[in-house]
Design a protein around this ligand. Structure first.
Ligand SMILES: O=P(O)(O)OC[C@H]1O[C@@H](O)[C@H](O)[C@@H](O)[C@@H]1O
Length: 473
């Protein structure tokens, strides 16, 4: 990693910067205390260097505290002090070419421009930046959602390609920085035990679930036009499905790994090639979570009930290749769900023949890769104590251990190291949209009802029957 770097955050006044980006940088500074980082906050509000430095200090210190033990705490603190002193604020209109050009030109080094902006403003800012305005080596980092459908993602990719080389574009998805998602690579590709069962001969189904207790949290402005399918499945969970199903890359470098990811996504289809049959959606009504009342989604501030925004979505895909043909992969994510679950589960086929005489342990065995906290559970049927013919279901459990950086820290570390390994490939961004576009169209056409569930419940009545077991007319 180059030791002198300038990171310009466009939209630095927003929540993401304070909550995730700057705290994530604390770990990067702790890991690379020699890094001289100039953090430029850019936004439309009339702030100043002093106010921005205060925000940066608080966010970096919080980020460092959250990391717990770091190898050299004194060096990390010095690096943070240096970053705070160097931080600067620029008031800019991110869609104005002249202002953007001046902002980029004021950087001492080819900068990293991080677009922490709403998607439509990001597109206007990228358009405003003309190719000649960017010094060689400028890196562009873009937050999700990347476009609003496959077509707009293609257009945005083309715009970016006119401005910088593809390996200078970082399409950010913080799920690719999550320890468990990275641990999946080691689990699958470094262990014969797992790699040899990781196919349709042994796996009956895969469920990837990210249900949160969090409700809207004041994010109506963004969420009400996104919904659970776009917010979580289009980006994060389809990529996790790609990591679960990809072929082994030859090497863990950006080309090979991202090539394997893209290949897996290219093979994905909605279950039965029928987006209406492959999906369902619901929205929470008033309920209770952790003893607190939660208003109905439709009554939240800033929500337009006419939007029919879903807060819980399921989408089943298949991967049409020799490894996975016929295995349903269920992606699900919801807000305000009681008993949250954040994991990927592989359900295994039973053994071809269980010798007559064994009793017990009839449920299909599973391998559970928990995304938060980082954990692995494997079901085994063992004779156990007592009657040797009675099988007991036991679970092998182990911690993956959390990484030394937060998910955002991991992604930012890659951007600062100019390594696109954890950046979403251009084609992947388009493919994820191409998978969900037909589902959104089917929903708009009214082909799938908008069900309801009380906040704090596990979902609508009737959803306990898996989507794959329902035959919808
Ligand atoms: O659990 P994490 O890492 O915060 O990720 C989940 C979040 O990911 C974000 O990208 C979504 O916009 C949020 O709605 C969601 O809550």
């Amino acid at each position: 990693m180059q030791s002198d770097q300038t990171l310009i955050i466009l939209g630095a006044g927003g929540d993401l910067t304070k909550r995730l980006l700057v705290p994530g940088l604390a770990g990067v500074l702790a890991r690379n205390p020699e890094l001289r980082l100039t953090l430029v906050g850019a936004g439309h509000s009339e702030s100043d260097d002093a106010a921005w430095r205060e925000i940066v200090r608080e966010a970096l210190e919080n980020g460092l505290d959250a990391l717990g033990d770091v190898p050299d705490a004194a060096a990390a603190k010095t690096a943070i002090d240096r970053a705070v002193d160097a931080a600067r604020w620029r008031t800019v209109d991110a869609t104005d070419r002249g202002q953007l050009r001046d902002l980029v030109a004021s950087a001492e080094h080819p900068p990293i421009l991080y677009f922490a902006l709403p998607p439509d403003i990001t597109v206007r800012a990228v358009e405003a930046l003309r190719p000649g305005d960017l010094p060689d080596g400028t890196r562009l980092a873009l937050e999700k959602p990347f476009g609003h459908d496959a077509e707009s993602a293609r257009t945005l990719n083309a715009l970016l390609a006119e401005r910088v080389a593809d390996d200078q574009v970082f399409r950010v998805d913080h799920f690719l920085g999550k320890s468990t998602v990275l641990n999946l690579l080691g689990l699958r590709f470094a262990n014969r035990l797992f790699e040899s069962v990781w196919n349709r001969d042994n796996v009956a189904a895969i469920d990837i679930v990210y249900d949160e207790t969090l409700a809207l949290e004041g994010r109506a402005g963004y969420y009400d036009s996104a919904g659970a399918l776009v917010d979580m499945i289009q980006s994060h969970l389809l990529l996790v499905a790609g990591f679960m199903t990809m072929e082994a890359p030859a090497a863990l470098d950006a080309d090979d790994l991202r090539g394997s990811l893209v290949q897996a996504l290219r093979a994905m289809r909605p279950l039965a090639d029928d987006p209406a049959r492959a999906s369902r959606r619901a929205r929470y009504t008033a309920g209770e979570l952790d003893g607190e009342g939660v208003p109905a989604y439709a009554d939240e501030d800033g929500v337009d009930p006419e939007n029919e925004t879903e807060t819980l979505a399921e989408f089943v895909v298949t991967v049409e290749n020799a490894r996975w043909a016929g295995v349903p992969i269920m992606l699900r994510s919801g807000k305000a769900v009681g008993a949250p679950r954040k994991d990927a589960q592989l359900t295994l086929h039973p053994v071809a023949h269980l010798p007559r005489g064994f009793r017990g342990a009839s449920d299909a065995p599973r391998i559970i890769v928990s995304l938060t906290p980082e954990h692995l559970t494997v079901d085994l049927d063992l004779n156990g104590p007592g009657d040797p013919l009675e099988l007991d279901r036991v679970q092998l459990d182990t911690d993956f251990g959390s990484g030394e950086l937060t998910a955002y820290g991991e992604v930012l570390d890659g951007i600062l190291a100019a390594d696109p390994l954890l950046s979403v490939p251009a084609e992947a961004a388009e493919l994820c949209w191409a998978l969900v576009d037909p589902v959104l169209a089917a929903w708009r056409d009214g082909a799938v009802p908008l069900d309801e569930y009380p906040a704090g419940s596990s979902g609508p009545d009737g959803w306990s029957t898996p989507l794959t077991d329902l035959s919808r007319g």
